[in-house]
Design a protein. Structure first.
Length: 396
């Protein structure tokens, strides 16, 4: 039985998967069993921000794990405190309390619970066509095509169409929803990754923050994909100067070296949440090796990767626009939505894999999503662009 057959037989999968076998990495190239080198322009979907094979992160993980393999979350641990203080320092506004999670889904679940507990209200308003995770609460907050297959879903979620920036009617519709007495929070990605990398302007968050404060609705920003340098700032919220009431983090928090996430909350929300019994207990939240990975990862991102994300993102955008068949590029840092002209993104993604190039897609059928590691160099950009050019030409 071949590798693909064994994978399909024994490994549970989440629907779509690519028949791409990865054995190891060399720099930021992913290497298959026959030595084939893949240019990775998706990095696990905004996960491997600091890049592959980073000894600084691996050594930090090893150091922390050797001190203690596991510390029960109810015990005090200095390294956990250090990481929580770091998150307090780098996140916007007064997000002081860090609730430990192992994933973005768990971070969103924790934010939903905190919003309902703190406000005493039920409804969470989020965007149509959004994605916020795969547990029942997070799935209800999201709005994917497949979620009805798992009905009945958890109650208490409402959705509004994706924003039309500057459109007074959209903000009016949102305010009508907020006027309902039982709306606890509005939840959204900061830059809308899954909706084709839709990029708001600063005015959008000024108006959104005004509405949430006016109606006593908490603002939760989902930075699971946006965070830790992906947009050229530590968090996409920094692009807009917006201060949310809660923020969900994961993916790039450790660059994929360990499962780790967090739900950041205002001090008063966090204090009430901390006083509820077992409200956000996470058995494997912030185990020592994950704490070590996250701490070293954040240091590396601060040490030049933000600047490189913007510089190489601009280069990648320019080269993408030179490809015939690319109509538009939406970009912040090294998060790009590549709008294709007359081609389906899923078809391009499949053919690109045959050319040893790994790409992401969005819920817009003609938009590719690119999120390569933040430490890529010019050679890596040019190699990936050339492979995409060949791919698009072969489909034209």
């Amino acid at each position: 039985m071949g590798t693909s057959e064994r994978f399909e037989r024994y490994v549970g999968r989440s629907g779509y998967y690519q028949d791409v076998e990865i054995e190891r990495t060399e720099g930021n190239f992913l290497v298959g069993p026959e030595g084939e080198h893949y240019v990775d322009f998706v990095a696990g979907w905004c996960v491997v921000n600091a890049g592959y094979g980073r000894e600084r992160i691996l050594n930090s993980m090893r150091k922390h794990a050797e001190k203690a393999a596991y510390v029960k979350p109810t015990y005090v641990n200095e390294e956990v405190i250090d990481l929580a203080e770091t998150l307090n320092d780098i996140t916007p506004g007064s997000l002081e309390a860090s609730f430990r999670t192992v994933s973005g889904t768990e971070a969103v679940e924790t934010a939903i619970k905190a919003a309902r507990m703190y406000t005493g209200k039920e409804k969470i308003v989020s965007l149509e066509e959004s994605y916020h995770g795969n547990a029942y609460g997070a799935m209800g907050a999201g709005d994917t095509d497949t979620k009805q297959e798992f009905a009945p879903l958890a109650p208490g979620f409402e959705h509004i169409r994706p924003p039309e920036y500057g459109d007074d009617e959209w903000y009016g519709e949102l305010e009508e929803m907020f006027r309902e007495e039982d709306v606890a929070a509005f939840l959204s990605e900061t830059v809308l990754t899954h909706q084709g990398v839709s990029i708001p302007g600063k005015e959008h968050y000024e108006r959104l923050r005004e509405l949430t404060e006016k109606h006593g609705v908490l603002l939760i920003l989902d930075e699971v994909a946006n965070g830790f340098g992906r947009t050229g700032e530590m968090f996409a919220a920094d692009l807009y100067g917006v201060e949310p009431d809660m923020m969900t983090l994961a993916k790039g928090m450790s660059s994929g070296y360990a499962p780790v996430g967090a739900t950041m909350m205002r001090e008063d929300i966090g204090e009430e949440m901390s006083n509820t019994d077992m409200s956000a207990y996470s058995t494997f939240g912030w185990v020592p090796s994950a704490v070590g990975a996250a701490g070293a990862n954040i240091e590396m991102i601060q040490d030049g990767l933000l600047e490189n994300a913007e510089e190489k993102g601009q280069l990648l955008e320019e080269r993408m626009m030179e490809i015939e068949g690319v109509r538009e590029v939406r970009r912040r840092g090294l998060l790009l939505g590549v709008v294709l002209d007359g081609l389906e993104a899923s078809e391009v993604r499949g053919r690109a894999a045959e050319n040893n190039l790994l790409l992401g897609t969005t819920n817009q059928e003609n938009v590719l999503m690119l999120s390569p590691p933040l430490n890529i160099d010019e050679r890596y950009v040019e190699e990936g662009v050339e492979r995409l050019r060949r791919t698009v030409e072969s489909l034209g």
